[in-house]
Ligand binder design. Structure first.
Ligand SMILES: [Zn+2]
Length: 289
């Protein structure tokens, strides 16, 4: 049994090309298990390869992130290569089904909807790819690693409501309480959004931004974490992004998940060990590891 688990990390990304093995070893040496998450086919495959280098404690999720449906997407930290832009990828169910045969693959994603750069055509495309990934999750009975991001200015749409509506319609046995479940990683909705997901049986994972000083217009993590049931709380670093305080601004890595656990314990007014243990148990239950 590990002490911590980072349920959503990307040591499969370019940012860890030089020292990914050391980063994982550092996590394992500190009693931290890692789930690396794919954002498209290439990074999904890489996550599976990394997981297979280790006998225990390193796992993978495979899926297509909604921003990879757009041709203009580029992130140096993720795919590298100056001036290089990814092709728009269509969800190839058969290719991902093949990756899912590997016993180290514990979930599907990251998938979901991203309204950050909102354009109406892309929303339909995103919904289609998301539904296909839910169908695959139904087929192989694995949990969904959900990515949801609202638009910072246009508040006419709520990504959490739209994802819920799709889950209720397509995810097997939602909302009856059995069948496909998942987790909202890097949760940044409201307390009401949190409750809607918990009511449907989903887990809520908090990231480094819970350690940042609260600013108007951003989620009130104090309120949200207090209201989230302990048996539904998870933690993820989303490495290399969003490093928690006191590492804010640096490249993030899985071992820093303990700073997120510490903050959750502080808000819940409980011992850090209790939160850490509960998160590990929740992750083991959700991902069947
Ligand atoms: Zn991610």
């Amino acid at each position: 049994m590990p002490k911590y688990i980072d349920i959503h990390s990307h040591t499969n990304f370019k940012a860890f090309e030089e020292d990914g093995d050391e980063v994982i070893q550092r996590a394992l040496d500190n009693g931290t298990w890692v789930i690396n998450v794919g954002s498209q086919y290439s990074t999904s495959k890489r996550a599976v390869e990394i997981a297979n280098k280790y006998e225990t404690g390193v796992f993978a999720c495979v899926g297509l992130h909604p921003i990879h449906l757009e041709e203009q997407f580029h992130d140096d930290e993720e795919i590298g290569g100056e001036g290089f832009t990814t092709r728009a990828e269509e969800f190839d169910k058969e290719a991902y089904r093949e990756l899912l045969k590997d016993p180290k693959v514990v979930g599907i994603g990251e998938c979901g909807l991203d309204y950050y750069h909102l354009n109406k055509d892309s929303v339909e495309k995103q919904k289609k790819a998301f539904i296909e990934q839910i169908e695959l999750a139904n087929e192989v009975n694995k949990p969904l690693m959900l990515h949801m991001r609202n638009n910072p200015t246009d508040k006419s749409l709520n990504v959490y409501d739209d994802v819920l509506e799709i889950l209720k319609k397509y995810a097997k046995a939602c909302p009856e309480g059995s069948g496909v479940k998942g987790v909202s990683h890097c949760f940044s909705g409201t307390a009401k959004d949190m409750k809607n997901f918990v009511d449907l049986g989903f887990y809520i994972s908090f990231s480094g931004n819970v350690t940042y000083k609260h600013k108007a217009g951003f989620p009130d993590y104090e309120e949200i974490i207090k209201a989230t049931p302990l048996d539904k709380i998870l933690a993820d670093t989303d490495s290399p992004y969003l490093a928690p305080v006191p590492h804010r601004g640096e490249r993030n890595e899985p071992v820093y998940v303990k700073e997120i656990v510490k903050k959750i314990a502080e808000i819940k007014n409980l011992e850090e060990e209790i939160i850490a243990k509960s998160i590990v148990e929740n992750a083991k239950r959700l991902f069947d590891i």
